[in-house]
Ligand binder design. Structure first.
Ligand code: TXA
Ligand code: MG
Length: 332
């Protein structure tokens, strides 16, 4: 392949057939794709990401039929939700099929499945002709990639082929919901809310609970580790009423800090400000790129104003808040 030419879907399919890794755009974030039925390729995903072996992977399918080949059971709830929200930012956790390599599900009894709403992702899966594992295409613990360049900077080109589909419009990872035939429970909040799921199912869906996710013991969704989606610089979140204290620290600081805020606050020099959108959907789409921009300047620290004030209520703020709680520590 000519290294100057962007890879095509055919190049990517060849790479996947040989057990290689292909990063692909989705409507949420970029995924690190590999043949879900090839145990060595799956192993390579864990190694390349530095992912803890106990954290299972999401499997991406082109349609519900392909998804069902990875499931031992397909509860009625799965049919309803796939009809209502696929392709889209929703991951269904159902009993796993025995033919899936055990590493995909971290040896667990369930598999997480989703059909992404992005033409490049769908073309790739269809041309490959089978399911692809696709964790976010970042080293484990780092901020998820929302642009092809984020992936290219993280992994050498000989390790990961990157399909460039431009910036991801969603910006945060899919909603993960557990469906075991009895329970319906959000394990990771995302752009689709528990209320939307309940509305489609005509049944109660247990919303994501940060308190329960923080309980000790085996993690329901092991990706929900405490420090995750995190920039390299120390990062804090501060509430609007803590602004005077943040300002004091900025005035004392020798280095340069970066503050993400929605309000037009003026910062003492030489500190930098990134103004964030005031509506939830645009905020989510911008968040990871903004954290990366802040981090790229090599700041002494990053501070994010949270929660937003004077904005419209929207369940997407809960998903954004979940990511910020993992990316930052409370300001003291
Ligand atoms: O939007 C997304 O979901 C992106 C794009 C690329 O599709 N993918 C993504 O994958 O965020 P990853 O691997 O970074 O996150 C997968 C999440 C983790 O929190 C993981 O613990 C959880 O899904 N998960 C995977 N399999 C599971 C299972 N069987 N049971 C419970 N949680 C599971
Ligand atoms: Mg991830």
């Amino acid at each position: 392949m000519d290294p100057a030419r962007p890879p095509t879907i055919a190049d990517a399919v060849r790479c996947l057939r040989q057990g290689g890794l292909v990063a692909f755009p989705t409507e949420t974030v970029y995924g690190l794709g590999a043949d879900a039925l090839n145990p060595d390729a799956v192993e390579l995903v864990f190694q390349t990401k530095g992912r803890p072996p106990a954290n299972p992977l999401i499997v991406h399918a082109a349609d519900p039929e392909m998804a069902q080949t990875c499931a031992a059971e397909w509860p009625r709830d799965a049919t309803v939700l796939a009809d209502a929200f696929w392709p889209g930012p929703l991951t269904l956790v159902v009993p796993r099929a025995p033919n899936l390599p055990a590493r995909v599900t971290a040896e667990g009894p369930t598999v997480a499945l989703r059909c992404p709403d992005h033409p490049v992702a769908l073309d790739l899966i269809r041309a490959f002709g089978g399911p692809l594992v696709g964790p976010s295409a970042n080293p484990s613990g780092d901020v998820s990639p929302t642009e092809a360049d984020h992936v290219r900077r993280a992994f050498p080109p000989e390790t990961v082929m990157v399909l460039d589909g431009g910036p991801c419009r969603g910006g945060i990872e899919s909603t993960v919901v557990l469906l075991d035939g009895l329970t319906r429970k959000v394990l990771r909040p995302g752009l689709i809310s528990a209320e939307q799921l309940a509305h489609a199912l005509h049944r109660h869906v247990e919303p994501f609970s940060p308190a329960k996710a923080a309980l000790p013991g085996p993690l329901a969704s092991p990706g929900l580790l405490d420090r995750h989606y995190a920039p390299k610089a120390p990062a804090w979140r501060f509430s609007p009423d803590q602004w005077p204290d943040v300002l004091d620290r900025l005035l004392d600081e020798d280095g340069v800090a970066v503050v993400l805020t929605q309000s037009p606050r003026s910062l003492p020099s030489p500190h930098a400000r990134i103004v964030m959108p005031t509506d939830a959907r645009n905020y989510a789409a911008r968040l990871y790129a903004a954290l990366r921009e802040a981090d790229a300047t090599g700041p002494a620290w990053i501070a994010v104003e949270w929660p937003p004030t004077g904005v419209e209520s929207d369940p997407i703020w809960d998903a954004v808040g979940d990511r910020l709680r993992r990316a930052t520590a409370p300001f003291e």
